[in-house]
Design a protein around this ligand. Structure first.
Ligand SMILES: [Zn+2]
Length: 244
């Protein structure tokens, strides 16, 4: 069994057998991987706090033939997320990010862009960036990376540029102008456009230079989340805990 290693972000853990933990991690080189950390529930075990969610780590593991789960032998902590996850709202946000990453990502497919996105959001949260902004930032880029971000600037049917309000079309792969939209459920108000534009052009740590109320961030969230839910065919479990 050759030893493999990778830089990774711990997404979640759960108890496994009597003394072990099942660890879901997202690695830079291998994408989504699941493994068993033997003895990780024992007092004073060799993993210390490195398996806490959203820790950035260097993880060492063995592949077993014809086995989905790798065996994790060691884990070195590179960046702790302890100070982020002390804030329950931030912990909820990152659980949401982890759930989407796990549900959308194929097992062991390299997704360097998504890895870099998660890493940049962890760092921006360390820097004190506002959480509603980080939530929307993730959703926008997550949709983009997965190839399911609609073009918000042009009506999908008549191809006219959107000047005022638009509505998501029923299959969530485009927007419709007031003339073409029949089912007016999810509205993209014109005042949300600057936020979408800002997210598109700036790194997550940059303070959003917008006069935006909490309700506006929520409305933008409803737009992005309805696309996510449509493709996932279910509502992410962690979304109900997100209050922004
Ligand atoms: Zn139209």
């Amino acid at each position: 069994m050759p030893l493999d290693q990778s830089e990774a972000i711990i997404l979640r853990t759960q108890n496994f057998a009597e003394q072990d933990k099942l660890v879901v991690f997202f690695s830079r080189e291998k994408g989504l991987v699941r493994g068993i950390a033997k003895g990780a529930r024992k007092f004073n075990n060799r993993f210390g706090s490195s398996l806490e969610p959203f820790s950035v780590v260097r993880i060492f593991y063995y592949e077993k033939e014809r086995h989905d789960l790798v065996t994790i032998s060691n884990c070195d902590l590179l960046e702790s997320a302890f100070d982020i996850c002390r804030d329950p709202r931030a912990a909820c946000l990152f659980s949401y990010l982890a759930e989407l990453t796990e549900k959308f990502s194929p097992y062991r497919a390299v997704e360097e862009k998504l890895y870099r996105l998660l890493l940049s959001l962890i760092r921006a949260a360390h820097g004190g960036q506002q959480l509603p902004y980080l939530a929307r930032y993730f959703e926008y880029w997550f949709l983009k990376i997965n190839g399911i971000l609609p073009d918000f600037r042009v009506c999908q049917k008549c191809r006219q540029p959107i000047k005022n309000s638009a509505w998501l079309e029923p299959h969530k792969d485009g927007v419709l102008c007031p003339k073409c939209a029949q089912e007016k459920k999810i509205e993209i108000r014109p005042d949300l456009a600057p936020a979408i534009d800002w997210i598109k052009k700036n790194p997550p740590e940059a303070a959003p230079g917008l006069e935006f109320r909490a309700e506006d961030w929520k409305q933008l969230g409803r737009v992005f989340q309805s696309i996510i839910i449509y493709h996932l065919e279910e509502t992410p479990r962690t979304l109900s805990q997100l209050d922004f």
